[in-house]
Design a protein around this ligand. Sequence first.
Ligand SMILES: Nc1nc2c(c(=O)[nH]1)N=C([C@H](O)[C@H](O)COP(=O)(O)OP(=O)(O)OP(=O)(O)O)CN2
Ligand SMILES: [Zn+2]
Length: 131
Amino acid sequence: MAERIGYITRVQSFSACHRLHSPDLSDEENKKVYGKCNNPNGHGHNYKGLYFIYLWSVFIVVLHQLSDVIMTPLDHKNLDKDVPYFSTVVSTTENLAVYIWDHMVREVPEGLLYEIKIHETDKNIVVYRGE
Ligand SMILES: Nc1nc2c(c(=O)[nH]1)N=C([C@H](O)[C@H](O)COP(=O)(O)OP(=O)(O)OP(=O)(O)O)CN2
Ligand SMILES: [Zn+2]
């Protein structure tokens, strides 16, 4: 009998602060591009991360471990100062989704990670599928 195909989703929330500031731009340019999000004191978000795994032959316990490996280390952190990746990469939600994808794809059997979705705010949601 053909194996059933499906997706399982794990939702993992974490709180972190950041500042949108590019080392490649002047302070003036950063203010112009990032506006309020360039405030030097930073600001915080209660991010909601969802990741979708292809085929539900992966047990929940593994999903829990994945959250522990990938998302929990971001919790209650200053992304720009505590996560080396963001010392040179602007901590936009797009780049955060790529960061989580690149770390998570190493932890699951090849081809099983389908999608990362990050809610930065109620209005700002990013989806990344490794493309
Ligand atoms: N392309 C992106 N644009 C913005 C990002 C991002 O990651 N990628 N991030 C931000 C800021 O981090 C910001 O904190 C969110 O700002 P904003 O969208 O204004 O906030 P809200 O969703 O709460 O919207 P309001 O209109 O302020 O209610 C900005 N842009
Ligand atoms: Zn922000």
